[in-house]
Ligand binder design. Structure first.
Ligand code: AMP
Ligand code: MG
Length: 365
């Protein structure tokens, strides 16, 4: 199959819409990352999504919706909110009124119309209203929900440009709609709301936890608190400890590059032995200083630096593109600095880097 990249003109958007109506898959831009979209109520299309991505069936999909659909309409269509208390109804209305369209996914009790394949057999479904104008134009034309996980092969780095989607899925899908680089750059925040109105964070993402707490006026439980495990497969089956991974080994540094201790350097040097080219993802507004500080610790290696802004909301939009460049470049070992601020989007970036990285080998005795 030939994969064609479409410009987001009204004519090409209609072409993509027609393909989706006929049960085909189209990669679409959203403000978070590019999605691999198919009709979310058509089991055959959803089956194709899992096949094209090589995604395991236990990992549920998010349904993407056109903006402006009232909660009452969703209730009779995709959701079954009959057990929701008035408090839960009120919190749901606050969340949707404040954050939709935007990078917030809500996990809610599903109706029987939603295929079990979409929810991996769970009684809940994940819904989101993307803010990207091209995604919205498409959804408005379609009037059906689009299941759209990130447009990469399973476990790999999420694509934030049409070119990155092409590198992942060329030959597997007919069309990629090019909506430019993604503004947010990390996936949506996934929040579950119980029938009693208790929110649980299932995945940090594009909307900071602190922002959600401020609008709800309460603390949000983290999944570790509710299940006692950081893998929390019960509450959120797709949150695997290894994900978003480059094909080369990526090691997450234990602290900021300027804070590394002699023992840390010993560990890093033992790990980078034999690597003539080392890729480094750092956070700085002075890349030259960073390089000057790093180079003496790697006397025999050429360093390939990708530098992100220390401000997490600026860095997030470039995180996956930087990882992808390091992965495609000549370095054979990658090192990443933890984001200096782990609030706001820094929380989501740290989560992605932890899943993208491998554990350190123990130091030889
Ligand atoms: P993505 O991989 O970006 O498509 O996001 C899908 C993720 O949302 C899954 O991997 C799950 O972690 C989460 N998710 C989707 N549906 C549900 C659900 N019904 N219950 C819990 N988590 C869900
Ligand atoms: Mg993904």
């Amino acid at each position: 199959m030939q994969t064609q990249i479409l410009s987001p003109s009204p004519r090409q958007i209609e072409r993509a819409a027609e393909a989706l109506r006929q049960g085909q898959l189209v990669a679409i831009p959203t403000e978070t990352v590019y999605g691999l979209a198919g009709n979310g109520l058509d089991e055959a299309a959803v089956t194709q999504i899992f096949a094209v991505k090589e995604r395991p069936r236990f990992n549920p999909l998010i349904l993407h919706l056109a903006a402006g659909i009232p909660l009452e309409t969703l209730q009779g269509w995709l959701l079954d909110l009959s057990a929701f208390t008035p408090v839960a109804q009120e919190r749901l209305a606050t969340l949707t009124n404040t954050f939709w369209p935007g990078p917030l996914t809500l996990v809610l009790p599903k109706s029987t119309l939603v295929p079990d394949l979409v929810s991996s057999g769970l009684p809940t479904v994940a819904l989101r209203v993307p803010a990207h104008p091209v995604a919205q134009a498409l959804l408005q034309a379609l009037q059906m929900p689009l299941a759209a996980p990130s447009a990469n092969r399973f476990g790999r780095i999420s694509p934030t440009s049409a070119r990155a989607v092409y590198a992942e899925l060329s030959g597997r899908i007919p069309y990629i709609l090019d909506g430019g680089p993604c503004a947010v750059g990390v996936e949506s925040t996934v929040l579950k709301l119980s029938p009693e109105g208790i929110p649980t964070l299932l995945r940090p993402g594009g909307i900071p936890l602190e922002t959600l707490e401020a609008h709800l006026g309460l603390r949000i439980r983290l999944p570790a608190e509710s299940t006692g495990s950081s893998a929390h497969p019960r509450e959120s089956p797709g949150q695997l400890s290894s994900h978003y991974a480059p094909s080369k080994p990526l090691l997450l540094l234990p602290r900021g590059i300027f804070q590394l201790q002699p023992a840390d350097w010993q560990q890093i040097q033992s790990q980078s032995l034999g690597h003539a080219r080392v890729g480094i993802l750092g956070f700085s507004r002075e890349p030259e200083k960073l390089l000057q500080h790093l180079q003496p610790h790697f006397p025999a290696a050429t360093l390939h630096l990708e530098v992100l802004d220390p401000d997490p909301s600026l860095a997030a939009s470039s995180l996956f593109a930087s990882l992808r460049r390091l992965d495609e470049g000549a370095a054979t070992l990658l090192l990443a600095e933890p984001p200096p601020l782990q609030q706001g989007l820094g929380h989501a970036m740290m989560d992605r880097l932890q899943r993208a990285s491998r554990p350190w080998n123990p130091l030889p005795p």
